[in-house]
Design a protein around this ligand. Structure first.
Ligand code: SAM
Length: 329
């Protein structure tokens, strides 16, 4: 099979699929408390449609799939979807991003269905602060989900922390210390100008450089990245620690040169970049009975349209029209 190469010579192999725009949290930086315009259920891709897209794309070179949302675990039947996606020839890496609230009951069934890796979003280790950020009192449920994920054998279990100045900067060391105690990968992510449009301000971004300096006050980190590493995170660990520390810097040092991904929104739009609203409407083609060949052409079109990079940090940067819960962060 030939590789999928875009117009900037990047190999595209990763599809992030948002399976719902519904979420059981209302994180202040991501979604408004009320007044969210939800996509009608009939507008959301069915499992059959998702599976068809993945089957066709896998034949062409997509080998990694991540399910996200909204909150993917609120969609009925998600375990069955995982099982069916895992059986598609050519899909070698299947993972899930979740806020962890429903993970305690779901971890076992998801693992049994073939899921190997989970990323859990967690911005505070303090229950009251978690409640404030997420507008829901759910810290202990998420923590239970993390413990359960480790127990059932997910590897790695990654905890994604969006670091925001004035919100959780005083917990950076607590999060980093977790990697000395538990075999988790704690990944710090810079706060991006998407989601709740009013909330983001440049001065609230804690850069990865600042976060790393803070962590290294406790001891030097050694790099874990292998040669030729291309993922968005650079990974480190402290000598003897069971866990890892990762840094993802979409704002201060973007990794667009190595971007290998496309996104499929829950209403079936193929997006070439988190920050580009130039979408290809697969749903309309799917529902008008298009051929697999047409889907392949639409994938080719996405490769042609994928921009060289996002323009955060430039004066012409335009926030995207959708928030993360409908694109799939
Ligand atoms: N509900 C799932 C979860 O919580 O992981 C998946 C969807 S959520 C939109 C995916 C990730 O996007 C979460 O880790 C969230 O913290 C992150 N996110 C949302 N808005 C963000 C922003 N403005 N900057 C950085 N990360 C953001």
């Amino acid at each position: 099979m030939a590789d999928l190469i875009d117009s900037f010579n990047r190999k595209i192999e990763y599809l992030r699929i948002s399976i719902t725009d519904r979420c059981n949290l209302r994180c202040r930086y991501c979604m408004p408390e009320q007044g969210i315009e939800l996509i009608p259920h009939t507008g959301i891709l069915t499992f059959e449609e998702i599976i068809r897209v993945v089957r066709v794309f896998a034949k062409l070179g997509i080998s990694k799939v991540r399910l996200t949302g909204g909150e993917p675990l609120v969609r009925t039947g998600v375990v069955d979807l995982i099982r069916r996606l895992g059986r598609i020839e050519g899909i070698h890496d299947l993972s899930l991003t979740t806020n962890g609230i429903l993970l305690e009951p779901f971890a076992g069934p998801l693992f049994a269905a073939g899921l190997k890796r989970v990323n859990i979003s967690l911005d505070s280790l303090r229950p009251e602060r978690f409640h404030h950020i997420a507008r829901r009192d759910a810290f202990h449920r998420v923590w239970g989900g993390i413990e359960k994920s480790l127990q059932v054998g997910f590897h790695p279990v990654k905890l994604n922390v969006v670091a925001i100045r004035g919100v959780n900067e005083d917990e950076i060391l607590d999060f980093a210390r977790l990697t000395m105690e538990r075999p988790v990968h704690v990944r710090f992510i810079e706060y991006m100008p998407s989601g709740e449009h009013q909330a983001w301000k440049p001065e609230r971004v804690l850069t990865i450089g600042q976060i790393r300096d803070e962590i290294e006050r406790l001891g030097p980190l050694s790099s874990e990245n292998s040669e030729g590493h291309t993922g968005p995170a650079t990974t480190y660990r402290w000598e003897g620690a069971p866990g890892r520390i990762g840094f993802i810097s979409p704002v201060s040092r973007h990794f667009c040169d190595h971007c290998n991904r496309l996104r499929l929104t829950s209403d079936g739009k193929l997006r070439t970049c988190l920050f580009s609203d130039d979408e290809i409407d697969l749903r309309t083609y799917l529902r008008n009975g298009c051929s697999d060949r047409k889907l392949a052409e639409l994938l080719e079109l996405a490769l042609m349209k994928k921009p060289e990079g996002h323009s955060i940090n430039t004066h012409y940067f335009k926030k995207c029209q959708r928030n993360m819960s409908s694109i799939g962060g």
